[in-house]
Write a protein that binds this ligand. Structure first.
Ligand SMILES: CCC(=O)SCCNC(=O)CCNC(=O)[C@H](O)C(C)(C)COP(=O)(O)OP(=O)(O)OC[C@H]1O[C@@H](n2cnc3c(N)ncnc32)[C@H](O)[C@@H]1OP(=O)(O)O
Length: 300
């Protein structure tokens, strides 16, 4: 990459980081340290990250099968750490978010929820998760939620923090918050409206409707129904195959595509256009561009 290209790339990265800082300051009036200690007091389960260097696809696994992969406090902290690791994975192209043992995620661990049930702690937990999930969605990687089994409550919110949702034939997404006397607080409502529109979002939240694969597909919540059942063990290979059509080519080009989509989605038009120019500058004259020019390809 030329010196100019590298400088433009740094500029583009700086802009995304500024957006992320804006999220932190908007969603968090004070330091998150207090809530970190409280979350640490609710251990259990893990969030695992496996970077597959050959394919450039990472697997992020929510792992707490004894509680249907509910998020304990320590898992919320681990998720933030994993997202941080992915933010600096320059060779990566995509991330698949999945649950362990054939089910996606049943939301926050109700034991932790009970203990943090006062408004102050609840708000802090929300701020923490909003920040993490916003950063997950803004990763310069194509993200896919692989929904096997159930995605409930915060688990449903987690699916909306990915670019795409794939579902096994028996999968279910359900924003059960209403049944808990709640609304989404991890950013799931804001993202849901952008994915399915306000009419559908209102139906899903106020009715706590179960979304099966067909309904999800009609609404635009589900991008693809995988022809396999939860827990059969082959959902991941189906998902990887589906993802394959979007990640052929070098990582910098795939990451650039994601960056221009993030800025187009989130920034006012003038700023999005400016970011687009900056990102364009990172690939223009780059190795993939020069190679393609030399090959004189025809796009038939
Ligand atoms: C951000 C806001 C939120 O996320 S609020 C949390 C929203 N989630 C919920 O309310 C989920 C409640 N759980 C359920 O509806 C059921 O457990 C579901 C997930 C449908 C599974 O049912 P079923 O297949 O019959 O299994 P089960 O109920 O025996 O569950 C197995 C063990 O897992 C546990 N579990 C499940 N979900 C949670 C959760 N969110 N927090 C804590 N524990 C959970 C169950 O309690 C059960 O544990 P145990 O075997 O009784 O010790």
């Amino acid at each position: 990459m030329s010196v100019c290209g590298a400088a433009r790339c740094r500029g583009a990265v700086r802009r995304i980081l500024q957006q992320n800082r804006a999220v932190c300051s908007h969603t968090s009036g004070s330091t998150p340290e207090g809530i970190r200690e409280k979350l640490q007091a609710f251990p259990g389960g893990s969030v695992e990250l496996q970077k597959q260097r050959d394919s450039g696809v990472a697997l992020l696994t929510v792992n707490n099968p004894a509680r249907m992969n509910a998020f304990s406090g320590s898992m919320m902290l681990e998720l933030e750490q994993r997202v941080r690791e992915l933010e600096t994975w320059t060779e990566g192209k995509a991330v698949i978010v999945q649950g362990a043992a054939g089910t996606f995620c049943s939301g926050s661990d109700l034991n932790a929820v009970r203990a943090l049930a006062n408004p102050h702690d609840g708000m802090k937990m929300c701020e923490f998760m909003q920040n993490t999930l916003t950063r997950l969605l803004r990763l310069p990687l194509i993200s896919v939620a692989l929904v096997e089994g159930r995605a409930l409550g915060g688990g449903a919110e987690l699916t909306t923090a990915c670019d795409f949702r794939l579902m096994t034939s028996d999968g279910v997404i359900q924003f059960v918050h209403k049944h808990m006397g709640l609304v989404p607080g991890w950013g799931g409502a804001a993202r849901l409206v952008r994915i399915v529109g306000s009419q559908n979002a209102l139906k899903l939240l106020s009715g706590a409707k179960k979304v099966d694969p067909d309904t999800g597909k009609q609404m635009g919540l589900v991008d693809e129904v995988l022809h396999c059942s939860s827990g059969e063990g082959n959902a991941l290979s189906h998902a990887e195959r589906w993802l394959g059509q979007f990640i052929q080519g070098p990582a910098p080009v795939i990451q650039a595509a994601k960056r221009v989509v993030v800025s187009g989605r989130e920034l006012p038009l003038d700023e999005a256009l400016q970011t687009e120019r900056s990102v364009f500058g990172t690939v223009w004259g780059g190795p993939a561009n020069l190679e393609a020019l030399a090959l004189k390809p025809k796009h038939k």
